[in-house]
Write a protein that binds this ligand. Structure first.
Ligand code: MN
Length: 297
């Protein structure tokens, strides 16, 4: 990695999830992953119109964990293991797809606000064929420090450790300022990191950062400083640089086109390891045609 790549500003790109416009910060052409974090959608903050829905119909995953961090609003998760779980602000849902799972996500009726991030974590080769699992984490370590609220949502920071297990070294930290404040977070020097402002503006190591831009820091940094002029919120993710080349296509993380195509064909044919999501009112999503995956790889 060159010095220029040690610190990069990456523009997020607009997308749509379940009828709601979002910003996608990972993957991008310039930056496919931060550690094992291989996908980052920022939904909201949004005030919803009366009757507005956000519904993501049953769809499959392989080779990854989905990690939902809820800031405002409530989302109902259903999966093919039979788990039905509402996630509320301050909570994390961690779904391990392993060899295959299916799930749906929808706003609870009557919701007025939505603000959340959904991330995916690529599973390393030794874990990616494991049995699927779902965990709901209603309580995470929260600290008040230097006038900000720090929540450790993954891994360890400032001596506090989030309750879930991962399959590669990771960290995730949410920082909220209610007014002018400044603080410093220690970083693991072996990790690369990404900072995404979720609302407001933050000066990161002397550099102004606003929603819509992910700031990437390569390994070797001992700390990161934040200055807030007013209310703001940011997310820091980090991890050991992922040693394996992954192939991310639709909702699948794999290694070779053949396994992705097999997963897509299996899902569309109602075969394979995914199971059935019970209780969702609507048809499942259809995987796009994966035949182009053979070309150019
Ligand atoms: Mn999903």
């Amino acid at each position: 990695m060159t010095a220029a790549q040690q610190r990069q500003r990456i523009a997020t790109h607009p997308g749509n999830v379940g009828g709601l416009s979002i910003r996608r910060a990972l993957p991008t052409r310039a930056l496919p992953m931060v550690g094992a974090w291989c996908f980052l959608d920022h939904l909201g903050p949004a005030t919803l119109a009366p009757g507005q829905e956000m519904r993501v119909a049953p769809h499959p995953h392989i080779g990854l964990q989905t990690f939902s961090w809820m800031i405002e609003g409530e989302i109902l998760h259903r999966d093919s293991l039979g788990c039905v779980q509402v996630i509320r602000p301050g909570q994390v849902n961690l779904m391990t797809a392993g060899r295959g799972i299916a799930h749906s996500e929808e706003l609870l009726p009557g919701a007025e606000r939505l603000h959340m991030t959904q991330l995916w974590i690529a599973l390393p080769d030794g874990a990616r064929h494991m049995a699927p699992a779902f965990e709901h984490h209603p309580v995470l370590p929260v600290m008040q420090r230097d006038g900000v609220r720090i929540t450790v949502i993954a891994g360890t920071c400032l001596g506090a450790t989030a309750p879930m297990q991962f399959h590669s070294p990771l960290v995730g930290v949410d920082v909220v300022a209610h007014g002018p404040a400044a603080t410093t977070l220690p970083l693991d020097r072996a990790f690369e990191h990404g900072v995404l402002v979720l609302r407001g503006e933050v000066t990161v190591d002397g550099e102004a950062l606003a929603p819509g831009t992910l700031l990437f820091l390569g390994p070797g940094h001992r700390s990161m400083s934040f200055a807030f002029d007013g209310p703001a919120q940011l997310l820091v993710i980090g991890g050991a640089p992922f040693a394996e080349d992954v192939l991310l296509w639709w909702n699948f993380v794999g290694r070779r086109p053949e396994e992705i195509m097999q997963a897509a064909d299996g899902w569309n044919a109602g075969r394979g390891p995914f199971g059935v999501v019970e209780g969702y009112d609507g048809a499942p999503l259809v995987a796009p045609d994966p035949s182009g995956l053979r070309i150019g790889r």
